[in-house]
Design a binder for this molecule. Structure first.
Ligand code: BGC
Length: 499
């Protein structure tokens, strides 16, 4: 059922609410900075000589084999240990979100991240580096769980998509800043890599202060029995006094939620499966677009394609900018054209881009030697068209849709499954990509395009449109109306929050 005009409660965008959105979105910057920094750092000679001398040896004799020069499990573990830690942490974060609230969970995220940045920057031995990554990972797990939920819960329904996508916008800004930082610090010898890792503390410090300023979300307050505070918070973030109808919806959702004592058990029930399946698959598919093969390893990838070290950092700056710019398209369009159209359009564009990259490399890049200049430029353009379409679709919507489709009683637990699926598959891609590149060579791009085809079908048949539907009415208005998912509710007692 489509949204109704009456759902669009009155609200004003006050300076305070704008500050809440932006400060919380710094959680995305922490995450993005980390995604962007690792690839560059693991390409820096000083860093490799200190911690991975064998990889450095192989890099100097790079002409041996284009596709295999960085293949090293320990080096990959450096990049991916963060995601394992984040995966485990997201379940603790979900508990913290429910019991303590979204705001303290955001505060904890920034604290872990600051500790991770300090230890990594000071690392003398490999184990310090890995523990630093784990602390970063816990920070990411807490931040990625709490921030998208926070943004979704404080956004007015008619702008919910756009507000939530601020998280992804800051992810992309984080990746871009990291690329710039790496570009600069790669010229600072021998400690450039320390600067790169240590500067991760900057967004975390902003988030730490931010978490002292932002409000707790009304649903979290009411769920924890603080009704008066919840209403006051709603008045504050809506900028108007007349919030009764919306508040009633929240109270009704909370009453329902309080009856559920074990969210994970409830989540495993048949009727909870539709949003759970969608949340997990959106994240798996998001990673199987191959985006992080590009994001983590853009500098490495461009060097593999025969660009010189500086040129390759520059190329990843270009993709970083395209990533940020295209996210604005999503912010503008998501509450107008809806989620499905963005995802489907992007599938077509990503499919064509990956396929074309695959063909060019297959026919023109041999194991040794490099691409000629024109073809290398074409590959950069194709990488950009790929990144562009990801940035206005699967990137932001992989976070938005799981944050808006669970009922309150399973929201934090369900979203933890989305976060952890993201982490597992980010981990797998990060861990496997360099080896896959080494063994599959150009076929890796065909591998990703096959996945993109499958995810297009998934959207056509299984993904309902959620634009403009109040989150507390999702079950009635979306899941129970969908030709496939409605079957999961047969025999369930009716629930309705419609005031
Ligand atoms: C994904 C990351 C990815 C980033 C790229 C995020 O939505 O979760 O894995 O690196 O987008 O912008």
């Amino acid at each position: 059922m489509a949204n109704q005009e009456s759902d669009f409660f009155k609200s004003k965008i006050t300076l305070y609410v704008l500050a809440c959105w932006i400060l919380a979105a710094f959680g995305g910057l922490m995450f993005g900075y980390d995604i962007g920094i690792s690839g560059g750092v693991s390409g820096m000679d000083d860093f490799l000589i200190k911690f991975f001398p064998k990889v450095h040896e192989r890099k100097i004799h790079a002409s041996e084999n284009n596709y295999c020069k960085y293949d090293d499990q320990m080096l990959q573990l450096f990049t991916s240990s963060l995601y394992l830690a984040a995966l485990v942490a997201s379940f603790f974060a979900s508990k913290a979100c429910t019991i303590l609230g979204r705001r303290p969970t955001i505060l904890m995220a920034s604290t872990f991240f600051i500790a991770g940045a300090s230890l990594s920057a000071a690392a003398q031995m490999k184990w310090m580096l890995i523990i630093g990554r784990i602390l970063f990972g816990i920070g990411v797990g807490f931040g990625n769980e709490a921030v998208p939920l926070f943004l979704t819960e404080i956004a007015p329904v008619q702008h919910r998509g756009a507000v939530n996508i601020l998280f992804q916008l800051f992810v992309t800004i984080g990746i871009f800043i990291a690329n710039l930082v790496n570009y600069g610090t790669s010229m600072v010898h021998p400690y450039g890599w320390r600067l790169s890792l240590g500067l991760a503390a900057v967004p975390a410090v902003v988030l730490l202060f931010g978490s002292l300023i932002i409000t707790e979300t009304p649903p979290s307050l009411v769920e924890r029995g603080k009704e008066a505070e919840g209403k006051a918070a709603l008045i504050k973030i809506r900028g108007v006094n007349d919030v009764d109808t919306e508040f009633q919806q929240i109270v009704a959702a909370c009453e329902q939620a309080r009856q559920v004592k074990q969210p994970i058990k409830k989540l495993m029930k048949r009727s909870s499966r539709p949003p759970l399946i969608i949340a997990i698959f959106l994240q798996i598919f998001q990673q199987f677009t191959g985006i992080n093969a590009i994001m983590f390893y853009a500098p490495v990838l461009f060097q593999t394609l025969g660009f010189k070290a500086d040129a390759s950092l520059l190329s990843s700056v270009i993709t970083g900018l395209v990533n940020v710019g295209s996210t604005f398209v999503s912010i503008y369009a998501v509450d107008k054209v809806g989620r499905r159209l963005l995802l489907l359009q992007a599938c077509v564009q990503m499919f064509i881009s990956q396929l074309a990259i695959g063909f060019i490399l297959h026919f023109h890049l041999k194991e040794t030697g490099s691409l000629d200049r024109t073809l290398a430029a074409v590959v950069v353009v194709l990488v950009c068209t790929f990144v562009m379409s990801f940035a206005w679709s699967w990137g932001p919507l992989g976070w938005l849709i799981p944050s808006e489709t669970f009922p309150l009683e399973t929201r934090t637990a369900g979203f933890a499954f989305a976060v952890s699926s993201n982490m597992v598959f980010t981990f797998l891609i990060a861990q496997a990509f360099l080896s896959m590149l080494c063994h599959l060579q150009s076929y890796i791009f065909f591998f990703f395009s096959a996945w993109i085809f499958v995810m297009g079908l998934f959207v056509v048949f299984l993904l309902p449109e959620t634009k403009g539907v109040p989150i507390d009415l999702m079950t009635e208005r979306v899941w129970k109306q969908h030709p496939v998912w409605k079957n999961f509710f047969e025999g369930e007692a009716n629930r309705s929050y419609e005031p």
